[in-house]
Every structure is written in structure tokens, then in C-alpha cells.
Design a protein around this ligand. Structure first.
Ligand SMILES: [Fe+2]
Length: 216
């Protein structure tokens, strides 16, 4: 019988980055990321997982340049993970996201559950999805309390999420746990593997994502 090959898991580290950051700070951060990658790849267990790096880009400038965005993408793709300030009004958030798309990039939007425009009007997520935006919710939000947790769970339940990321900030910050898998699959059957495996793989393969809400 032919032995079945298991594909290695991929971990993507996305340290914070502000678009307004100077070139000098960018170079020193990039050097540290390269050091991290070589360290992580020494530590990795056999070929069970591989480590990549991109950035989580704070949209704190109106007009991002294509050159700046190009080096911030997930490796080999035109997907660039973006975020904006938590209280930014919807129309400004939309304009900033569209400015990224106008430069030819596809933004997965980080943690919509934290934004004031999303909480009262979660249907705005489908509008973003129609435009081609990816939606990424944090496991940290799901394991928390209050409005952020409530919104995150509402989005998962309604199929309004493409990717579930950890938001881990240090070793041992184990947020994508078996308990969480059980809870996610309880409110949206089969969603955990889809949001942590199949759809993130589509992002890394630079594919367009399915429109939200997902129909599983
Ligand atoms: Fe963030």
C-alpha cells in the first residue's frame, strides 16, 4: 500500500508594522525577522512544520505605495494582512482598504471583531468579502470576554470568517487549542479545519477566497 504523505503545517509570523514607519526602522525590523526565521527553522521538528514571515500592516497612511506593500505581503502572494485603528469610522476604513486594493493587493483584514463599525453592523463583512477582502478573526478574541468575544463568536456562527489566526505573542501562548476546536465546531460544524487549514492554504497559494457567508 502506498504510504500517504502528510503535508507539513505552515506557521506564518506577522509582526506589527505601521505604514508610516521610516525606511531605517523597516530595515532593522526586517533583519530581526530574518534572524527569527533562521532560529525558527533550526528549532522546527523534522519537516512537520515550516515557518514563514509577513507583516500585520497598520493602515495609518492614506496612500500606501505599491513598493511599500510589495515587501509586506505573505511570501509569494499579493495578500497583505492589514488592520486599522479600532474606532475608525466605517467609511474611512473602507477607503483605506480600497486604497490597498487599488495598488493591486488583496487584503485579509485582521480582527474585524475589534472594530467599532463591525459590532453593530456585521453584515458589512459581506460587503468587504464581495470586494475580495479576506476576513481573519483571532482565537484570542474567542477566548476572551465582552463585546469583542461576542462579535467574534457571532461572525464564526454566521460563516462570516475566512481565517482563524492565533494572535499568539510569545512561546506557550497556545490559543489554537483542542478545546477551542471543539467550541468552534459546536457553533459552526466543520469550521475549525476550514478556517485554520483549507482557506489559509488558499491564501498562501494566492487564490481568490470564497464569498461570505460561507455555506458549509
Ligand atoms: Fe492587530
Amino acid at each position: 500500500m502506498k504510504e500517504q504523505m502528510t503535508r507539513p503545517a505552515v506557521l506564518v509570523a506577522t509582526p506589527h508594522f505601521r505604514l508610516s514607519t521610516s525606511g531605517r526602522v523597516f530595515s532593522s525590523q526586517s533583519k530581526r525577522i530574518l534572524e527569527f526565521l533562521s532560529f525558527a527553522n533550526i528549532l522546527r521538528i523534522e519537516d512537520e512544520f515550516s515557518v514563514l514571515a509577513a507583516r500585520e500592516v497598520m493602515l495609518d497612511r492614506w496612500k500606501p505605495s505599491a513598493n511599500a506593500l510589495d515587501v509586506l505581503c505573505l511570501p509569494g502572494t499579493s495578500w497583505v494582512l492589514v488592520e486599522h485603528s479600532f474606532n475608525m469610522p466605517w467609511i474611512f476604513a473602507l477607503l483605506r482598504i480600497r486604497a490597498v486594493m487599488k495598488q493591486g493587493f488583496k487584503p485579509p483584514l485582521a480582527h474585524p471583531e475589534r472594530y467599532s463599525w463591525c459590532r453593530p453592523r456585521p453584515e458589512r463583512i459581506s460587503r468587504l468579502s464581495e470586494l475580495g477582502v479576506g476576513i481573519q478573526v483571532c482565537a484570542r478574541s474567542l477566548t476572551g470576554t465582552g463585546l469583542t468575544a461576542e462579535t467574534a463568536w457571532r461572525l464564526i456562527e454566521a460563516g462570516m470568517v475566512h481565517v482563524l489566526s492565533s494572535d499568539a505573542h510569545h512561546p506557550g501562548d497556545n490559543l489554537l487549542s483542542e478545546e477551542l476546536k471543539h467550541e468552534v465546531d459546536r457553533v459552526a460544524p466543520g469550521a475549525y479545519n476550514l478556517l485554520t487549514g483549507k482557506i489559509p492554504e488558499m491564501v498562501l497559494n494566492n487564490c481568490e477566497l470564497p464569498k461570505l457567508p460561507l455555506t458549509t
